[in-house]
Ligand binder design. Structure first.
Ligand code: PLP
Length: 402
């Protein structure tokens, strides 16, 4: 008898939501379409020769160890190197046990979700919020309680109000999730004042903060701000970092920084998930960073990405209707635009594809799917001429709807 798998799926799996981004990316796999929909680094800047050298060296130097299983926590010399990097960044009181390697940040999100969320538990997220984080939390059947972001990141007045409401309803949020630097999708950065306020609220209302920071080192304008980890320490903050944007997503590596009691649970969760992250890419990453090549690569990225961002901002000014608004990020990969007059970016998407340009529909980033007026525009993966042309096409489409 044929087995109907749908009858067997868990309640959790029934609640799984496909990522709109992945679905959309399938649609736009055509060279004629200018895709502002991705979230990828520009591979034209990848130093393939350096990576070839680091890989060859790693295989020669570490031999079979690089091809074996490694420990769940990750290769020690890479962890030491990352711990030093975090210390230079101002994070205090770290011990090696507080830093482990993950299979990039998405695994960090998934492990944090597993460790803390029971079905029906509340987590606080930003509105909008990184889609992959929402997926990880919702797949563990979390209730997402959202707090809006503005130019300076998550709005602390609104957060305090939400915390009071939750307290009155006897609901204790499991954690608060934030992308404080060059937010995905909003492009904004949480101000220093708000970082301090957030830590104060975390102390007062006794909740943990999950700080997801893939983009902090891709700052090309303005002054760096201390991370929540640096300001608040391990007591209140779990840090998720990744190599995906500061080097290459193909390594599938990141790192998690957490206090020992939390880390012990995360490690057991990781054992069940994948035993360990790939030893081979960990050794390659170690050699790449230790030779100073990652910092060299980051310099290229910080020099080249602002050219693309500026091309996008100039094109938005030139071609978008004057009543549209957008963020002007000082780093990262994304501009977040709001359409005028209630133009629905989801309804408009097919027309955009027909006009040979793609973006990510804003609704995907809203936990309650209640905003259709935004679009996420990526500038990192496209060259400035195509950015200008893509925004021109989108602008014409928007104007035709006014
Ligand atoms: C905010 C944020 N967190 C996590 C990730 C996951 O990236 P990775 O799993 O490649 O580290 C991304 C990817 O775009 C992201 O933007």
């Amino acid at each position: 008898m044929a087995v109907n798998a749908a009858e067997l799926f868990s309640d959790r799996a029934r609640g799984f939501r496909a990522s709109e981004i992945r679905e959309l990316l399938k649609l736009i796999d055509s060279p004629e379409i200018i895709s502002l929909a991705g979230g990828m680094p520009d591979e034209r800047f990848f130093p393939l020769d350096r990576m070839t050298e680091a890989s060859t060296f790693a295989l020669k130097e570490y031999g079979n160890k690089a091809l074996q299983y490694g420990s769940t926590e990750g290769i020690k010399k890479l962890r030491v190197l990352l711990m030093d990097r975090m210390e230079k960044e101002g994070v205090r009181g770290l011990d090696l046990d507080n830093v482990i390697i993950s299979t990039a940040s998405q695994q960090g999100l998934s492990l944090v979700a597993q460790v803390f969320i029971n079905p029906g538990d509340t987590v606080i997220v930003e509105e909008p919020s990184y889609l992959g984080a929402l997926q990880a939390f919702v797949s563990m059947q979390a209730e997402c309680c959202s707090v809006p972001v503005d130019q300076d990141g998550m709005q602390m007045d609104a957060l305090e109000e939400k915390l009071n409401e939750l307290q009155a309803a006897h609901i204790r949020p499991k954690f608060l999730y934030t992308v404080p630097n060059f937010h995905n999708p909003a492009g904004v950065t949480m101000s220093l004042e708000r970082r301090k306020k957030l830590l104060e609220l975390a102390e007062r209302y006794a909740f943990l903060i999950v700080e997801d920071d893939p983009y902090g080192e891709i700052r090309f304008e303005g002054e760096p701000l201390p991370s929540l980890l640096a300001l608040g320490g391990l007591e209140h903050v779990i840090g998720l970092r990744t190599f995906s944007k500061i080097s290459f997503p193909g390594l599938r590596l990141g790192w998690i920084v957490a206090r020992e009691d939390v880390m012990n649970k995360i490690i057991v969760g990781k054992q069940a998930a994948d035993l360990c992250s790939p030893a081979l890419t960990q050794y390659i990453a170690y050699e790449f960073i230790n030779r100073g090549w990652m910092d060299e690569y980051l310099e290229v990225v910080r020099r080249e990405y602002p050219k693309k961002k500026n091309a996008m901002i100039e094109a938005l000014k030139m071609y978008f209707p004057s009543s549209a608004t957008w963020t002007d990020p000082q780093g990262g990969l994304f501009v977040w635009a709001k359409t005028p007059d209630g133009i629905d970016t989801q309804a408009m998407f097919t027309e955009a594809i027909n006009a040979k340009v793609a973006y990510v529909v804003g609704v995907a980033f809203y936990p309650h799917r209640d905003d259709n007026s935004h679009m996420r525009l990526n500038f990192s993966a496209v060259d400035p001429e195509h950015i200008t042309e893509g925004i021109h096409r989108l602008g014409d489409l928007l104007k035709s709807k006014l």
